[in-house]
Structure formats: C-alpha cells, structure tokens
Write a protein that binds this ligand. Structure first.
Ligand code: S3P
Length: 174
C-alpha cells in the first residue's frame, strides 16, 4: 500500500455517495478518513437531523465550519463533507488554505434522489422531490468550483468510484 501526502476533500449533493466513497478510498490507500457529519454527531452526541430540529440550520452551519477547521488541522487525508458545506464561500476559502484537492462527485439528480430515498439517514433539507431537485440545481454552480469533477456513471458502484479516484489522483493501482 502506497503512503501518500495528498489530501482529498469529497463534495457533492446529498445521496451522491461521499461517505461510502471516502470509506473505500481510505481502505484502499490505508489512510485515515473523517466524515464531517459523523464527526459532528459524535461530538454533539445527537444526529444532524436532531441538531436541525432543536437548534436550526444556522447553528448547524456554524458547527459545520468549526468542525471542518478541526478536521483540517487533524491532518486526516480523506475528508467527506456534508452536501451543504462546500456551498458556503467561508468554508471553501478555509479549505483553500490547506493543501487539499477538492473533488466534486457529480451525478444526475435521479442518482442522488434514489439513494436519499433508500437511505435510513434523515435529511432535514429534503422533504420532497421537487424541493430536492431545486436545491440540487441551485448548488451546481458552487460544486463546479471544486478542483476535480468526477462524473459518476449510473453503472459505477462507490467502490469503483473510489478505485478510479485512487488511480487518478493518488496514482495508486488497486
Ligand atoms: C446537508 C447534507 C447532509 C447534512 C445536512 C445538510 C446539505 O449531509 O450535512 O443534512 O445541506 O446538503 P449529506 O450530504 O451527507 O447527506
């Protein structure tokens, strides 16, 4: 297994598979990964949905930024963001100060929607398909600002996506 100094930030819409790709990638490369949502949940001892419900989105966004900084400082090599993290200019400029390659996992809306519906994870910002599609479309221009765009074809599993990222960015043959 090849040791690497590179760091990758995975972004993209809810349901695109950021956490699963991060998990496979960290296994393939033998390096540590942190998922921002899970990190926050562990520290706060409640789910993201509960934080939204009790304290509201603005509070969650503040937690997101604070914890993003902590994770970047920790030196973790693979970081998967929440779907909204990258859309805030403040977070993008924080990330720019660390030498990370940002990767947009890009897919069509139906791919994300299928995964959102199948997942047990509660996502407070997507209550219905129409609202989710609108948010998806509004966010494309922010995701476009990532260093790399990785287009997820319908036949790709998250393992396959991770394998290709490992090959293309980390130059590691899996
Ligand atoms: C959000 C995405 C979620 C989570 C929160 C808000 C968003 O993460 O951070 O519900 O604004 O897109 P996932 O992208 O992992 O679902």
């Amino acid at each position: 297994m090849k040791k690497t100094d590179k760091r990758v930030i995975l972004t993209g819409f809810m349901g695109v598979g950021k956490s699963s790709v991060a998990r496979h990638l960290s296994f393939m490369l033998g390096c540590d990964k942190i998922d921002l949502d899970y990190y926050i949940e562990e520290k706060e001892n409640r789910t993201v949905a509960e934080i939204f419900e009790v304290r509201g989105e603005e509070y969650f966004r503040r937690l997101e930024t604070e914890n993003l900084l902590e994770i970047l400082d920790s030196g973790a090599k693979i970081i998967s963001l929440g779907g909204g993290t990258w859309t805030l200019e403040e977070n993008r400029s924080i990330i720019k100060n660390y030498s990370c390659t940002s990767v947009w996992l890009e897919s069509d809306f139906d791919h994300c929607w299928r995964n959102i519906r199948m997942s047990k994870r509660e996502r407070p910002l997507v209550q219905d398909k129409r609202g989710a599609r609108k948010l998806f479309e509004e966010r494309q221009k922010a995701y476009c600002l990532a260093d790399w765009h990785f287009i997820i074809k319908p036949e790709f599993t998250s393992f396959e996506v991770a394998r290709r990222i490992a090959e293309e960015i980390f130059q590691t043959k899996i």
